[in-house]
Write a protein that binds this ligand. Structure first.
Ligand code: NAX
Length: 327
C-alpha cells in the first residue's frame, strides 16, 4: 500500500482543528487511495482536550487514517512532515496593539519555522491559516533558511471562496459558472477581490454585474468583512469554512489546478508591482506541485489603487516584524 503522507496541524485542539482533522482523516486532502498520518501540535494545557479529539478520530475508523501523533514539541511533531498546516495562533485580545499581536505571533511562528527547517521532509509545503496569516508565514519563512521560500504560503482561499459565493448569489449562477476569480493582497479588511478578471458566461464578472457602485460599496466590503459577519451571527468565528478552504489550498497545491485559477498568498517576486519578498495574495495556477502567479494581466486604475493599499499594509507589517527582530 502507498506510503502515508505526513500532515502536521498546529492548534489542533481549536475550532478550525475540530473540523479540519476529520476532513483530512477522511481523505479529503489527497483522495481515498492516499493514507495520511496526522501530526498534531498544541500548547501543553490543550493536550488533554486534543486527546479527546484523537479518541473521536479513532472512533470514526477512517480507512485513510494511517496514524496520529500528538505533542507540544514542534521538533518532534514536525519530524519528517510533508505538509504543515499552521492554524494555531495568538488571537488579538481587547485593546491589543498590532505590534503586540505581531510580537506574540513571532514567538509562535519563528520557532515553528526553525523546527520545520530542522526536521521536516525535503518536500515540505507550509500553509499558514493562523492570523495575521500573511505576516506569520513571512516570519516562518524567514526562520527556515534551508527550505525554499516558495514552500511558504498563507491562506486566502477562504476569501476566494467567499468571493465566488457572493458573486454567484448576485448573478443567480452557480460557483462552477465562474472562473478566474482572484484575491489580491493581505488576508485582512484591505484584501481586493477582483471582478475585472473573473469570468462568467463569456464576459468579465464586472461587466456581467454592470454596477460599479455595487462592486465598490457592497461586494468588496461584504467579502472582506465576511469573517466579522459570521462572528455576529454565530457567536464564534468561521471554523468549518476555514477548514474547508485550508483543505482546498493544500490539495490544489499538491495535486494541481488543471489550469484553473485559485488565490494563494505566496512570496512575491515583484509581479504586478507587489513588493518583492512579502507574502501577498495573487491569482495562481498550480502544476507538478509548484504554484505560478498568473502573468500578463492588465490592471486598471481602480484595481491598482486597491492592490497598492493592501500591499502597503503588508509592507508595514513586514517593517514592524523587522523592527522587532522577528525576521
Ligand atoms: P482557536 O482559538 O479555537 O484555536 C487555536 C488553537 O491554537 C488553540 O487550541 C490554541 O491552544 C492553539 N495554539 C496557540 N498557540 C499555539 C502554539 N504555539 N502551537 C500550537 N498550537 C497553539 O482558533 P480557531 O478558530 O481554530 O482559529 C485559528 C486561527 O485561524 C486564528 O488565528 C484565526 O484568526 C485564524 N483564521 C484564519 C482564517 C483565514 O482565512 N486565513 C479564517 C478563519 C480564522 O479566523
Amino acid at each position: 500500500s502507498a506510503t502515508p503522507v505526513k500532515v502536521a496541524v498546529t492548534g489542533a485542539a481549536g475550532n478550525i482543528g475540530y473540523s479540519l482533522l476529520f476532513r483530512i482523516a477522511a481523505g479529503d486532502l489527497f483522495g481515498p487511495d492516499t493514507p495520511v498520518e496526522l501530526r498534531l501540535l498544541e500548547i501543553t494545557p490543550a493536550l488533554k482536550a486534543l486527546e479527546g479529539v484523537v479518541m473521536e478520530l479513532d472512533d470514526c475508523a477512517f480507512p485513510t487514517l494511517a496514524g496520529v501523533q500528538i505533542g507540544d514539541d514542534a521538533k518532534k511533531v514536525f519530524d519528517g512532515v510533508n505538509h504543515a498546516l499552521l492554524v494555531g495562533a495568538k488571537p488579538r485580545g481587547p485593546g491589543m496593539e498590532r505590534g503586540d499581536l505581531l510580537k506574540d505571533n513571532g514567538g509562535i511562528f519563528g520557532p515553528q519555522g526553525k523546527a520545520l527547517n530542522e526536521v521536516a521532509a525535503d518536500d515540505i509545503k507550509v500553509t499558514v491559516t493562523g492570523n495575521p496569516a500573511n505576516t506569520n508565514a513571512l516570519i516562518a519563512m524567514s526562520n527556515a533558511p534551508d527550505i525554499p521560500n516558495e514552500r511558504f504560503t498563507a491562506l486566502t482561499r477562504l476569501d476566494h471562496n467567499r468571493a465566488l459565493a457572493q458573486l454567484a448569489a448576485k448573478l443567480g449562477v452557480t460557483v462552477s459558472d465562474i472562473s478566474q476569480m482572484s484575491i489580491w493582497g493581505n488576508h485582512s479588511a484591505t484584501q481586493y477581490p477582483d471582478l475585472f478578471h473573473a469570468q462568467v458566461g463569456g464576459k468579465s464578472a464586472a461587466e456581467a454585474v454592470g454596477d460599479q457602485d455595487w462592486i465598490e460599496n457592497t461586494y468588496i466590503p461584504t467579502v472582506a468583512k465576511r469573517g466579522a459577519a459570521i462572528i455576529d451571527a454565530r457567536g464564534a468565528s468561521s471554523a468549518a469554512s476555514a477548514a474547508s478552504a485550508t483543505i482546498d489550498h493544500a490539495r490544489d497545491w499538491q495535486l494541481g489546478t488543471g489550469g484553473k485559477w485559485v488565490s494563494m498568498s505566496v512570496p512575491s517576486d515583484g509581479s504586478y508591482g507587489v513588493t518583492e519578498g512579502i507574502i501577498s495574495s495573487f491569482p495562481v495556477t498550480v502544476a507538478d506541485g509548484k504554484w505560478s502567479i498568473v502573468q500578463g494581466l492588465e490592471i486598471d486604475d481602480f484595481s491598482r489603487g486597491k492592490i497598492d493599499a493592501s500591499v502597503r499594509e503588508l509592507v508595514s507589517e513586514r517593517d514592524t516584524v523587522k523592527e522587532l527582530g522577528l525576521i
